[in-house]
Design a protein around this ligand. Structure first.
Ligand code: GAP
Length: 451
């Protein structure tokens, strides 16, 4: 299958099955914004929960949830007001706007030139001079829309952590090294949004800032790099689809930076950054707020500004990577009603069971002899522990296919044998193998598998 087909197919499945919809679709959509549907929000929550447990269910990492709107001085201190810009050019012919540093990879805005890249228009002198464009969204607090009331929608969650460094340290009595983690929305007025959820204007981040002694930065940088790569692998991304990109050109705050990249159909793209941010942020907030964001080491009697190792993952980008990675089309043998066999293609999402939005689907084989009631009771029992879907419409084969497309790891069927010996069939999404188990053992069986 051509690589590009996969993205198109996944976008189409995402809409059909209720993972992701275009924002404000009935009004023609809003560029760079997407809505998560019933299955999408469940899967996204599962990803965030896995990250949250991985990061904060440890002794030395605390969680917070800071406000999206922050004091405007925060963004002066962080350098975003001054530096968070992309170079932008306008095309005098098609009136399109482009990032001047991405012209080789961006399509030209004129629909008449199919496959033409924007660099060509640049070479032909169609573009204006590049100018810097700040990516932060501005708004106002209170009724007066004047410059003294400007606030920004946060472009990263990290700053909410730095400004709470003292609060968290004191409230939780943590000693170095310790981290603060946060999941939340971030907003960037990207000049060009592209590739489905990859580059959007509103997205979610899962960030952790790990505060350390300055002389331990290299050790912790390596530690977090390994931990974060392992999280992706453990949740189903094959090692060979990941790449570590080492940054030569560093952001104004960083001493070292690597990207964890996933091989998307359009090529390798960053899903998480690991940064050694030194003491830049805490020092800048100390300078701008007048509050000393420092640490006193009881043992060595030293007072210093900690260094920070940051792990910064996109929840939405990770979602896209996990979804694309799970997509498959497989040729399978199908048994026809007359006993003959034929082949068909099944579309399946091989999602890690813990990320799958629905953990189990329950079907009565036929709608008679009390099978529906038994299936409904099983559904209710399982619902105490997980998200379950009850389906009694259409041939069982069709019901399996629908659940395969949703990535449901287990399908349970109540049949005539259930009426005599209390057993049901349970079918594994990936192998399609079925086994019979006692219906009273279903909860234990599934919980063990989806952990
Ligand atoms: N605090 C550091 C920071 O924000 P970043 O590399 O700009 O670093 C971190 O962003 C992660 O956030 C990226 O690896 C990506 O997963 C996600 N991200 C950034 N911009 C995004 C966008 N426009 N759309 C979707 N995800 C984005």
């Amino acid at each position: 299958m051509a690589k590009i087909d996969i993205t198109e197919k996944v976008v189409s499945l995402a809409k059909r099955r209720g993972f992701v919809f275009q924002s404000s679709e009935i009004y023609g959509g809003l560029n760079g914004c997407w809505d998560y549907g019933p299955l999408g929000v469940e899967m996204l929550n599962n990803i965030k929960q896995s990250w949250w447990k991985e990061m904060t269910y440890r002794e030395n990492i605390e969680g917070i949830d800071a406000a999206i709107l922050m004091h405007p001085r925060v963004w002066e201190a962080s350098g975003h007001v001054e530096n968070f810009t992309d170079p932008m050019v306008d095309c005098k012919e098609c009136k399109g706007r482009f990032r001047a540093d991405q012209l080789e990879e961006t399509d030209c805005g004129n629909k008449g030139y199919k496959g033409r890249k924007a660099i060509k228009c640049h070479q032909e002198g169609k573009f204006t001079e590049a100018r810097n464009f700040n990516l932060m969204f501005k708004t106002f607090v209170g009724p007066l829309e004047d410059s003294s009331n400007v606030v920004y929608l946060r472009p990263e969650t990290a700053q909410g952590i730095y400004v709470n460094f003292l609060n968290v340290k004191e409230a939780s009595r943590q000693k170095l090294p310790f981290g603060i983690a946060q999941i939340g929305k971030a907003f960037r007025n990207e000049i060009n949004t592209k590739n489905f959820l990859f580059r959007t204007r509103e997205f979610e981040q899962m960030e952790m800032q790990f505060f350390i002694r300055p002389d331990e930065d290299e050790k912790w940088f390596e530690y977090w790099k390994e931990q974060r790569v392992n999280w992706f692998i453990k949740n189903g991304i094959p090692k060979e689809k990941l790449n570590i990109h080492v940054h030569e050109k560093l952001a104004h705050y960083a001493k070292a930076a690597v990207d964890i990249e996933y091989e998307f159909p359009f090529g390798f793209g960053e899903i998480e950054g690991i940064h050694n941010r030194t003491d830049f942020d805490l020092k800048r907030h100390t300078e701008y707020s007048g509050k000393k964001l420092e640490y006193f080491d009881d043992q060595t009697k030293e007072r210093f500004t900690p260094f920070v190792i940051e792990t910064s993952a996109g929840a939405s980008r990770s979602f896209m990577a996990f979804l694309l990675n799970s997509y498959d089309e497989e040729e399978v043998v199908k048994e026809n009603s007359d006993g003959t066999k034929s082949t068909e293609v099944r579309t399946v999402l091989h999602l890690h069971p813990s990320f799958a939005p629905i953990k189990a689907a329950v079907f009565p084989l036929v709608n008679r002899d009390g099978m529906q009631d038994i299936a409904a009771n099983i559904t209710e029992d399982l619902r105490n522990y997980m998200r379950v879907f009850y389906d009694d419409s259409g041939a069982v084969g069709r019901r399996y296919r629908r659940q395969d497309e949703c990535g449901t790891p287990y399908c349970i069927t109540v049949d005539s044998e259930t009426l005599t010996n209390n057993t049901v069939t349970i079918r594994d999404r990936d192998t399609m193998a079925q086994e019979r188990i006692n219906k009273d053992n279903l909860v234990e069986f599934i919980l063990k598998k989806i952990k």
